[in-house]
Write a protein that binds this ligand. Structure first.
Ligand SMILES: NC(=O)c1ccc[n+]([C@@H]2O[C@H](COP(=O)([O-])OP(=O)(O)OC[C@H]3O[C@@H](n4cnc5c(N)ncnc54)[C@H](O)[C@@H]3O)[C@@H](O)[C@H]2O)c1
Length: 225
C-alpha cells in the first residue's frame, strides 16, 4: 500500500522540492555536470559507476561526489557503486530536467544564432519555442528548428505559448527594456547574456552568463597559481 504523504513521509515530488531548496548554487552546478557525464556513460552502454570515476570526470574529489549525491538521497553501494540510469534519472528529477521547459530567445545575432543551432538543450528538457528580433531581414528565417518572429509579435505569441524561460541575447542597451516586457508577460527565469545587470522582481530568477568575466577569472587563477 502507498504510504500517505505527511511531513515525515513526503511524496517524491515534495522530497525533491525540499532537496532543491537546500542545495547550494555550486552543488547544483556539480549535479548538472554529473548528469551530463552519466548520460555520456549511458550512451557508451556503461551501466554502473562509482564516486571515484565520477569525481575524475568532473574534476572534484570523490568525497565531494559522495556528499553531493547523498544530499539528494543517492548513496552508492560499497563495491558496486551507482546504477548509472537510475542516478541520472534521480538527478534529472532534482534538477527539474524531467519537466519540459519552454524557452524563447530574444535577439538572434551572432550569439543567438549559435545557441539556436545547439541541440544539447532539448536533451535536458528545454525547447526553444520561438525567437524574436527587431531586424526585418531576419524575420521568418528558421535557425536550427526555431522561427524568428518580429518583436511586435512578442505579446500575442508569449501569451499563447506561455514559456517559463527566456534567453536574452540583445545588445546591452536593449536588455532592460526587453526584460521588463517579457517579465510582464509571465517569464519566470532569464538566462541573460547581455553584460548588464537586469532589474527584475525578486520572483524572477536571473542567471547572468559572462564569458569575458570567466576569462578574467581564469587569467587571475593562472596569475596567482
Ligand atoms: N555572455 C557572454 O559571454 C557574451 C558573449 C558574446 C556576446 N554577449 C552579449 O550578447 C549579446 C548579443 O551579442 P551578439 O554578438 O549576438 O550581438 P549581435 O549584435 O550580433 O546581435 C544582437 C541581436 O539583437 C537584435 N536586437 C537589437 N535590439 C533588439 C530588441 N530590442 N529586441 C529584439 N532584438 C533586438 C539585433 O537585431 C541583433 O540581431 C550582447 O549583449 C553581447 O554583449 C555576451
Amino acid at each position: 500500500m502507498t504510504p500517505p504523504n505527511t511531513p515525515e513521509n513526503p511524496s517524491d515530488d515534495e522530497a525533491s522540492e525540499n532537496v532543491r531548496a537546500d542545495l547550494s548554487t555550486p552543488a547544483v552546478g556539480r549535479l548538472s555536470l554529473y548528469y551530463r557525464e552519466l548520460h555520456r556513460l549511458l550512451d557508451a552502454g556503461q551501466m554502473s559507476t562509482n564516486s571515484r570515476d565520477l569525481a575524475a570526470m568532473v574534476n572534484v574529489s570523490a568525497a565531494v561526489v559522495r556528499r553531493d549525491l547523498s544530499s539528494i538521497g543517492s548513496v552508492g553501494r560499497r563495491g558496486v557503486g551507482y546504477d548509472v540510469a537510475s542516478l541520472a534519472q534521480h538527478i534529472g528529477v532534482v534538477l527539474g530536467s524531467g519537466v519540459h521547459w519552454k524557452a524563447v530567445m530574444i535577439g538572434v545575432g551572432y550569439l543567438g544564432n549559435a545557441l539556436l543551432r545547439y541541440r544539447g538543450f532539448e536533451r535536458l528538457g528545454f525547447s526553444l519555442a520561438a525567437a524574436f528580433d527587431t531586424d526585418p531581414s531576419k524575420i521568418n528565417r528558421v535557425v536550427g528548428e526555431t522561427r524568428i518572429l518580429a518583436m511586435d509579435q512578442l505579446e500575442p505569441v508569449l501569451r499563447d505559448l506561455k514559456p517559463e524561460l527566456a534567453i536574452l541575447t540583445v545588445p546591452s542597451e536593449q536588455a532592460t527594456d526587453v526584460a521588463s516586457r517579457i517579465v510582464a508577460l509571465g517569464i519566470q527565469g532569464i538566462l541573460n547574456f547581455a553584460p548588464t545587470t537586469l532589474r527584475v522582481p525578486s520572483s524572477v530568477a536571473v542567471i547572468n552568463v559572462d564569458l569575458a568575466s570567466e576569462l578574467q577569472q581564469l587569467a587571475f587563477r593562472i596569475q596567482n597559481s
